[in-house]
Design a protein around this ligand. Sequence first.
Ligand SMILES: *Cc1c(COP(=O)(O)O)cnc(C)c1O
Length: 400
Amino acid sequence: MDPFRGSFTQQEALPEAAVAAAIDVIRGGRLHRYNVAEGEQSSVSRLERAFADYLGARYCLACASGGYAMSLALRAAGVGPGDRVLTNAFTLAPVPGAIAGVAARPVLVDITEDLVIDLEDLRRKIASTGARVLLLSNMRGHLCNMDALVALLDDAGIVLIEDCAHTMGAGWNGRPSGSFGLAGCFSTQTYKHLNSGEGGLLTSDNAEFMARAIMLSGSYMHYERHGAAPPREAFDAIRLETPNMSGRMDNLRAAILLPQLAALDENTRRWNARYDLLATRLSAIPGVVLPNRPQAEAYVGSSIQFRLPWVDEASAREFIAANKVLGVELKWFGDADPTGFTSNHHSWTYIEPQDLKQTDRVLAGLFDMRIPLTFTLDDCEHIAGIIAHTLAHISLDGAA
Ligand SMILES: *Cc1c(COP(=O)(O)O)cnc(C)c1O
C-alpha cells in the first residue's frame, strides 16, 4: 500500500484579494478597529455587516475567538457564578471552558449515535437541574433536528446559544445554523471555515443582548462605530454598568476574512465533494458506521467522523497506528487521555463528574479525520483505500 503524503493540517493559501487587503491595512497603519480616518468604515465594521447579512441576522460582533464569543454570549445572556448551563457531552474543550469562564457549571447532555444532542436526555436534564440556558455545540458540524429542539426549548423556556464553530455555512431546513436562538457563536480559527489564525463572530437579533456583548468586548464608548450594532438607545441603560473585557478583533484579521466570506459557499461545495466521496467509500467497508445525515441538514464537510462500534481499546490503538504509518491521521475520541484537539468529558476535571454511559459508548468507537481543501478527490480515494486496508487487518478479530 502506497503511503499518503499530504498534510492533514495544511490549509489553502488565502485568496489574492485577502493578501492585497492585508497589505493595504498594514500600509495604512490603522490596525485597531476604532482607529479610522475621516469617513472611513473599518474592516472590522465591514466584516460585521457582511457576516450579519450572510446569516440574515440583525446584529453581529467580531471578536478575539470563538471561545471568547461563547463566554461573551453567556455573560451577556445573564449567566453568572454557580448557574447551570446545559451543553453537549461530546464537544471541544473550549465549550466547557467558556462555561467555566463565567464561573457557571456545565450540565452535560448525552449524544446519540449520530453525534448530536439527545433530546430525551435534554428534556430529563432540564427537568432535573432547572438550568435555563443551553449552549448547543454543533460538534464536528452535526446538526440535531433543530425544529424539534427549538420546540422543546420554547416549551421549557430555555435560552438557546449555538456554538457554530463547525457549522458556519451549514443549515437546517433552509435556515442557517446560528439563527435558531438568542445567539450564534462562530470561529475564524485556522481549522474552521474561514481562516484568520484566531477570531470569533457573535450574531443575534436581540438589541439589548448585543449591546451588552459589544460593551463587554471592549468597545469603550465607540459602539456607534460598529458595522452591525443596535441603535444608540440600546446602550443608554447598560453602557456604564457593563464591564469592559477586552477581546476585540483587529482590522488585519477582518481584512483577510472579507474575501474568504465571499468564497464560503463555493468552498462548502468543494468540502462536500471531498466529504461525500469519503463517506461513500467508508460506509461501504464492513464494520464501519457513518452518522446518519438527515435530508434537512445542509452540512459543511470539513471533517469526517465514523464509528467502529465493535472496536476495543487495543484494536482502536492498533488501527490509529497502522493508519499513521501509511500517512493517514485519525483521531480517536474514545481515548481516556486527550491528545491534540481531542478530549472527552472525563478529562475536564474542573467540572463536576457526570454519568454519561450512552456518550461514553459512542465515543469509545468514534474516529475523526480532518479534510483540508488542499486534498484532491484523488487524495480522498487514496485515504479511503488506506483506511479500508488497515481495517481489513484489525477487524479480523473484532468485526465478526
Ligand atoms: C474550535 C471550536 C471552538 C472554539 O473556537 P476558538 O476560536 O478556537 O476559540 C468551539 N467549539 C467547537 C466545537 C470548536 O471546534
